[in-house]
Design a protein around this ligand. Structure first.
Ligand SMILES: *Cc1c(COP(=O)(O)O)cnc(C)c1O
Length: 390
């Protein structure tokens, strides 16, 4: 008998979503203003302990708005992780700016702070409070570390380097909602932090995103730019180009209900990670990323690395085998420096991000997975590894 499909990461709706959405429909507040937008923004900022929060249509729009908010100009550059979903890199491109791609740390898989330091000290200089890439003369505005898979980047080291080199810090915490580092929430370290509430994230609004910041000027500017830069709503006066990026009240209603369940989701995700770790740690030579000592991960998405002896072809076959068996496993993201739009981008030496992409496999990690589901994933994975390596 064919077994049911196990998706990679599904939303989990177990709270007051119906009740809150009904309130929107009953009251007629279904569009880009309304009490749930304010309540959802308040819930997120109170949870992560930031002063301000601005809800937007999705995480990518939030990243774009964050970069515009710090004043990123066309022709400038932003340093960003090479091992990431493409969204933050695209957001840099939307501004007419260029990414500078930074390799991943071999253990944490996050942006490599040593390579970042090397790049800044060997290839960049600060002139009059601005940082320039010496060879191209290009101004570097910011560093955009992407906290991947529900774990923290070495954000303390990145912040110290950014300070020394006069760079702003935008944290892509789209996968990091609920993750703490040194007791503090991801997204609240840099100038602006960004969250996504896409369907695959730890909490979801269907589609949605949010910027958080402690600086009023940034919060005001982000709200302004994402509301069509509306200076006078009666006379329709706009002194610059704006964007229609606001979150709707309906999405925010779902988001508020989801926020109320975030702690439960984290507990469920940790249980799933513990199961995978117990059964897969060192089995068939598999390894996974290590967390930084002061990180409290959510384990948003579990991923394992095949041993050195496996080629990328073998990894693809294993993923295909899992998919054929109804298990929604995937590779990690194709390294950005290989993607056609970014092949010419400036980049650090790349070794670890390539290796992790080539041999990494993401495993189903939805909060509602049962022990039976997890056992099926693990058994199928181990079987696939065995048959492919033979
Ligand atoms: C999901 C994700 C995004 C984009 O969020 P959307 O809401 O899908 O636009 C950005 N960065 C990372 C790292 C993500 O995982």
């Amino acid at each position: 008998m064919k077994q049911p499909y196990i998706p990679l990461s599904q939303p989990c709706l177990g709270g007051k979503e119906w009740e809150y959405v009904k309130e929107c429909l009953d009251s007629g507040w279904i569009s880009s203003a309304g009490p749930f937008v304010d309540r959802f923004e308040a819930a997120v900022k109170n949870y992560v302990q930031s002063r301000y929060a601005v809800g937007v249509v999705n995480g990518t729009a939030a990243l774009h708005a964050a970069l515009l908010t710090i004043g990123l100009q066309a022709g400038e550059a932003v340093i960003v992780s090479n091992l990431t979903f493409v969204a933050p890199v695209n957001a840099i491109d939307y501004c007419g700016a260029d990414p500078i791609l930074m390799d991943a740390d071999p253990n944490t898989w996050q942006m490599d702070a040593d390579k970042l330091e090397q790049f800044l000290s060997q290839e960049c200089e600060v002139k009059g409070e601005q940082c320039f890439h010496r060879k191209t003369g290009r101004r570097i505005r910011a560093v955009l570390p992407v906290h991947i898979l529900g774990f923290a980047s070495p954000i303390d080291r990145i912040l110290a380097l950014a300070k020394r080199y006069q760079l702003k810090v935008i944290e892509d915490a789209c996968e990091g909602m609920g993750v703490r580092y040194q007791g503090k929430h991801l997204g609240t370290f840099g100038d602006i932090g960004v969250f996504s509430f896409n369907g695959n994230k730890i909490i979801s609004t269907g589609g949605g995103g949010m910027l958080v910041t402690d600086q009023k000027e940034y919060a005001d500017r982000a709200a302004y730019l994402t509301t069509q830069a509306k200076d006078d709503p009666v006379e329709y006066w706009h002194r610059q180009v704006g964007y229609n990026y606001r979150l709707t009240n309906v999405h925010a209603a779902i988001g508020l209900a989801q926020m109320e369940q975030l702690e439960t989701r984290i507990v469920q995700k940790r249980r799933i990670a513990a199961y995978y770790q117990e059964r897969l740690n060192r089995a068939a030579g598999l390894t996974t990323l290590t967390k930084l000592p002061d990180c409290e991960p959510t384990y948003w998405l579990n991923a394992v690395l095949l041993p050195e002896s496996f080629t990328m072809e073998a990894r693809k076959q294993i993923v295909k085998r899992l998919n054929d068996e109804g298990i929604g496993a995937r590779s990690l993201w194709h390294t950005i420096h290989d993607l056609p739009p970014y092949q010419k981008a400036l980049a650090s030496p790349m070794e670890h991000s390539i290796r992790i992409y080539q041999r990494g496999i993401c495993l189903p990690s939805s909060a509602q997975l049962t022990e039976k589901d997890l056992a099926r994933v693990v058994d199928t994975l181990l079987h696939a590894i065995q048959s492919v390596s033979k």
